[in-house]
Design a protein around this ligand. Structure first.
Ligand code: COA
Ligand code: ZN
Length: 316
């Protein structure tokens, strides 16, 4: 396999995950999770979103969370915004980066942000201006890039035209999001082969959901095409409230374990990350989908049973 030496993971659990939790997670606990993630060495965290508080009440405390987190040097604290109003709030709250959202399919964009794609692009043009004035970098995410829960297939020329419009308004970092886990590895390869040469200089991110157990295979396919930025959620939290059938992102600790096992560096301390995942399970009050929390790393060894111990032939 052609794998990079190092990848950058952006933790999105406190945004993509907490936004869909049935109960409001108290602000102090959100701050605690962000702090623990940073202490585990997470290079990027999408802390929250600056969206309409009535639309996503779970994240109505975005300003307060941003004000209360203790910043670790080396971690970039970002937030998701759908429009310039969100961007102004995010900049005032002191984010290090803005992540924007628009969908590749009209129906999901309308369901998610109550705008057509063209209307969203207009709002995102204003977001770019706000960010430029504040000298804050922007990453532009595209939901339903690999399929839409309402429309099914998203034609590649359609996705390309959304990327084109984002690049035209100044996007330098573009995230392809598989909002409801519809992508497969061959498709990820095909989409990247099509887009990457057409948009030289763009830094690509893959945002996966493990709805159909294809998230890590999709990430492997993207790495083979040279992508080195991936979103993931602690414990495998996550899901879009406005996409029926959506479920958790790729689980951060499972992904980090897989990458480290293959010799791909992340700068993240896996043991500490597993500890954060346990704490998040306590906070949400249920077991999360992650496997490594249950199984331990692949280097884990169990004691040899007594019935076997005396019968093992010596090596050599
Ligand atoms: N934060 C807070 N308030 C906002 C806002 C933002 N980012 N954007 C708009 N508003 C307010 C406006 O000021 C206006 O307030 P008013 O009624 O007091 O004047 C009101 O919301 C309506 O504004 P409008 O532009 O018509 O928004 P809308 O009602 O069409 O909603 C969004 C559009 C984008 C704000 C809303 O759909 C949204 O927040 N979506 C986020 C979805 C999401 O987070 N999905 C999951 C992540 S992908
Ligand atoms: Zn998502």
């Amino acid at each position: 396999m052609k794998l990079p030496d190092r990848v950058t993971i952006c933790e999105v659990g406190t945004r993509d995950g907490f936004q869909i939790e049935p109960d409001f997670i108290p602000t102090e606990l959100k701050v605690e999770v962000v702090t623990l993630l940073a202490e585990a060495g997470m290079p990027r965290i999408e802390v929250t979103s600056f969206v309409h508080p009535k639309v996503v009440p779970q994240l109505r405390d975005a300003e307060e969370v941003m004000a209360k987190i203790r910043r670790r040097p080396g971690t970039r604290y970002a937030a998701l915004v759908p429009n310039d109003k969100g961007a102004v709030r995010a900049v005032d709250a002191g984010v290090d980066a803005i992540h924007t959202v628009v969908s590749a399919s009209e129906s999901h964009n309308l369901a998610n942000v109550n705008m057509t794609i063209a209307e969203s692009i207009q709002k995102l043009t204003a977001v770019m201006r706000v960010a430029e004035r504040a000298r804050v970098p922007v990453g532009c995410g595209i939901s339903t890039s690999f399929g839409c829960p309402f429309e099914g297939d998203v034609p590649l020329p359609h996705l390309e035209s959304v990327v084109r419009r984002l690049v035209d308004i100044g996007a330098r970092a573009v995230g392809l999001a598989d909002t409801t886990g519809m992508a497969n590895p061959r498709q990820v390869g095909r989409v990247l082969e099509h887009l990457m040469p057409r948009f030289p200089g763009v830094e690509w991110t893959l945002h996966t959901h493990d709805t159909r157990a294809m998230a890590i295979p999709n990430i492997l396919a993207a790495m083979e095409h040279g992508v080195t930025n991936f979103d993931a959620s602690i414990g495998g939290l996550g899901g879009c409230p406005f996409a029926p059938g959506a479920s958790g992102n790729v689980c951060t600790e499972d992904l980090v374990h897989c990458l480290h096992a293959m010799g791909v560096q992340t700068g993240i301390d896996l043991d500490r990350l597993v500890g954060v995942s346990r704490r998040v399970q306590e906070i949400v009050g249920r077991a999360l989908p992650g496997q490594i929390v249950k199984a331990g790393p692949s280097t884990r060894k169990y004691p040899v049973p007594d019935t076997v111990a005396g019968r093992i032939p010596r090596a050599g």
